[in-house]
Design a protein around this ligand. Structure first.
Ligand code: D5M
Ligand code: FE
Ligand code: ZN
Length: 480
């Protein structure tokens, strides 16, 4: 089937990225799906990628619908009600209280050692890499070898290929990843851990025949709850900003109290609850409250009117009153006590279960690095960056970029267990879809466009709330 798919595309003068071929081959009628896509991409690129298909306008085709667009909205209540169930939340993993980082030089070696070993172990689960040898052995083999390494640097050669400097815990080598026009250029991320099938080439350089990422196994499936409840995700309220959209929030609260939201048992706030102080240049001009405590008091009040049967979880973001370096701990005690109702305060990122459904929530600061560092990413399509995080099984692979990372003893930004729901915020946009059985969502904002965002050409889509059905993983978006 793969050959037929490729030759059909070639007849239209288009090459397909291997990921897209894989995806099509799994569809019921691959050639029909391909024909639909070819009709929709205009002008057709020389190389069509899975991402191109993902970025077609929403519901443009059943194929795209299968990957990244939500099912149509439907009433959230069908007899069942949150009143009938107590909240069931288990925290699986988050940093609060167990930070070990001391800021010493040795921290970095320890941190990267943990990153390398954990991701290498995930890569070794792939059939292709089960027999992987060390970098040292790979450089001494006269025929094909398989090995795993962390990317130290990536350079583009004159011919458009990628020359990577790759290392494991004992040795380092150079690997040439030839450009086949199949997306190899995306191998540009330093500090990510990759698997290679390569052979000796010249001057000690290895030539890669294949490059592997840990990725989400194809066999991964959404594991739903057997109880018909939903979880709503909001982010980036930026309370305290003049641009906080109080009226829209009031509409959301009213909806949460109404019948349509009757099954919504959980609310997760994915960071930037308040605007903070001194977070970006000339922020004072945008502030309505210049005291962080006042801001959190107003945020606490914004949660007060939500129905008491709704369980609320709050993570910090880069505007909140905790250290900016990730993983971030939960809001401090002094702030937690400003809240009148019970709230579960977690760190960022955090893994937890809502009625048995695995959720990974991450504010999403690293999307700033994905958008600047990886071709094809954009602030308008946060799901594309989220898929790249899952493929790398790392929420923030870029060290030394815009996302400050704390070199903890263990790398908390590794996605060691694949969740059923992966939620982010930060970019003030919106996205819902799925990737290999993971429900993806980017929760939007409650802040209008700031002058800073206008300058950076970032157009927010405020007041859009993704609501996940915890039984099925289906998501609908309610606009306010
Ligand atoms: O981020 C809100 C949006 O602004 C989000 O899309 C990222 C973008 N942003 C934030 N900081 C920067 C910098 N330094 N350069 C470019 N774009 C940026 P928030 O975290 O709410 O401020
Ligand atoms: Fe924000
Ligand atoms: Zn943010």
């Amino acid at each position: 089937m793969r050959e037929e798919i490729l030759s059909t595309a070639l007849r239209s003068g288009i090459l397909l990225e291997p990921e897209l071929v894989d995806f099509l081959a799994e569809q019921e009628a691959p050639l029909d799906r391909l024909t639909e896509i070819l009709e929709l991409v205009n002008p057709p690129p020389a190389v069509l990628t899975l991402q191109d298909v993902q970025s077609l306008p929403p519901s443009a085709s059943p194929t795209q619908a299968a990957i990244l667009s939500p099912p149509p909205p439907r009433p959230a209540s069908r007899g069942a009600s949150r009143m009938d169930y107590d909240a069931e939340v288990q925290v699986v993993k988050e940093i609060t209280g167990s930070s070990t980082c001391t800021g010493e030089i040795g921290d970095f070696a320890r941190y990267f050692g943990h990153r390398f070993r954990t991701l290498a172990a995930l890569l070794r689960r792939r059939r292709e890499l089960r027999a992987a040898v060390s970098v040292h052995r790979a450089t001494r083999m006269t025929r094909e070898s398989r090995f795993i390494g962390i990317v130290q640097s990536a350079k583009q050669t004159k011919a458009g290929h990628r020359l990577l400097q790759v290392e494991d815990e004992e040795d380092t080598c150079q690997v040439l990843v030839p450009s086949r026009g199949d997306g190899a250029e995306e191998v540009a991320v330093t500090d990510e851990v990759l698997g290679f099938v390569a052979r000796p080439w010249k001057r000690g350089i290895l030539l890669a025949d294949a490059v592997f990422r840990p990725d989400v196994p194809r066999s991964h499936a959404f594991r739903g709850s057997d109880i018909p409840l939903c979880a709503a995700f909001v982010s980036d309220l930026h309370v305290g900003s003049r641009l906080f959209l109080e009226d829209r929030w009031a509409k959301f609260v009213k909806w949460m109290r109404g019948e349509e939201a009757g099954r919504v048992k959980y609310l997760v706030v994915v960071g930037d609850a308040v605007d903070g102080i001194g977070v970006y240049p000339r922020q004072d001009e945008d502030l309505a409250m210049d005291d962080v405590y006042l801001q959190y008091e107003a945020f606490a009040a914004a949660l007060d009117e939500l129905p008491e049967e709704v369980h609320i979880t709050v993570l910090p973001g880069n505007h909140d009153a905790v250290r900016p370096a990730e993983p971030q701990p939960s809001l401090p005690e002094a702030i937690q006590k400003l809240f009148h109702r019970e709230v579960l305060f977690l760190g960022n990122p955090a893994s937890f279960r809502l009625h048995g459904v695995d959720v990974l929530a991450y504010h999403g600061r690293s999307m700033d690095d994905f958008v600047t560092g990886l071709p094809g990413m954009s602030y308008d399509r946060p799901l594309a960056s989220m898929v790249e995080m899952l493929r790398r099984r790392h929420l923030a692979p870029f060290y030394g970029g815009k996302t400050p990372l704390a070199p903890e003893a263990a790398d908390h930004l590794i996605v060691d267990a694949v969740p059923s729901v992966f939620a982010t915020g930060h970019v003030h946009g919106l996205g819902v879809g799925t990737y290999r059985g993971v429900t993806l969502l980017n929760a939007s904002t409650w802040q209008a466009q700031t002058s800073y965002q206008r300058m950076h050409n970032i157009s927010p889509r405020p007041g859009m709330v993704p609501v996940v059905d915890l039984q099925t993983g289906e998501t609908f978006v309610k606009a306010f």
